[in-house]
Design a protein around this ligand. Sequence first.
Ligand code: PXP
Length: 254
Amino acid sequence: MTVIHPIRLGLNIDHVATIRNARGGNNPDPVRAAMLAVESGVDGITAHLREDRRHIRDEDMARLKLEIAKPLNFEMAATEEMKKIALRVKPHAACLVPEKRLERTTEGGLDVVGQRDHLKLFIAELNEAGIRVSLFIEPDRKAIETSHALGASVIELHTGTYCEAFAHGDHQRAAHELARLNEGAAIAGALGLEVHAGHGLDFATAKKLAEISEIREFNIGHFIIGEAIFIGLHHAIMQMRAAINQGRTRARPR
Ligand code: PXP
């Protein structure tokens, strides 16, 4: 039977860097945002160093690792360049994501089946360096089973399609996507994988998904940073935490 653990909240600070980079210079500083978030009780910080460096820069990663007292989750594409940086920075975890230059954000889950051989070696190298590897995937049985076979200890389920359907009031599609996430989490949990979830989450969707007992961590960025404009980062984090905790009271062991 699944034990119901509290859900950890990781804050993705990419979009603080997006605002900084819109003007060049150093403000607002994503590391300062990460420190404030830690003071406000987040359990970890996520940052995505993209190939095009459109938001987070190399020096941000190095500073985050040095200056932040909570686990750093390094989101990255499975490229040689990123692997070298990860091995140097030595974050707590690396979340492998697909990356296309022209996309606005990470658009889909990693093709773990198609990139099997490449990923197996890649994951092994990060694991050997003591970096926990998480694979950002669709809630699909084959992808989950392959992630397990490749040696990842964590999967992060892509919640973007569910959140989009929810935001558009497409109840039928949202229910379908919710069922996929629920089933995917159950499959992963049964295999012994730790289950994280993220992309597109807001107060309502995080609260709903917190009912899925296997989920141990959410990684949330855009919505919290956006909300911080209106109510401040501290309050945005506190409200997100409250929404997650409320949803969690409805989680039931399988
Ligand atoms: N998790 C992963 C793997 C992501 O790629 C992203 C987006 O960078 C997030 C979580 C956070 O998504 P959002 O910014 O939509 O909350």
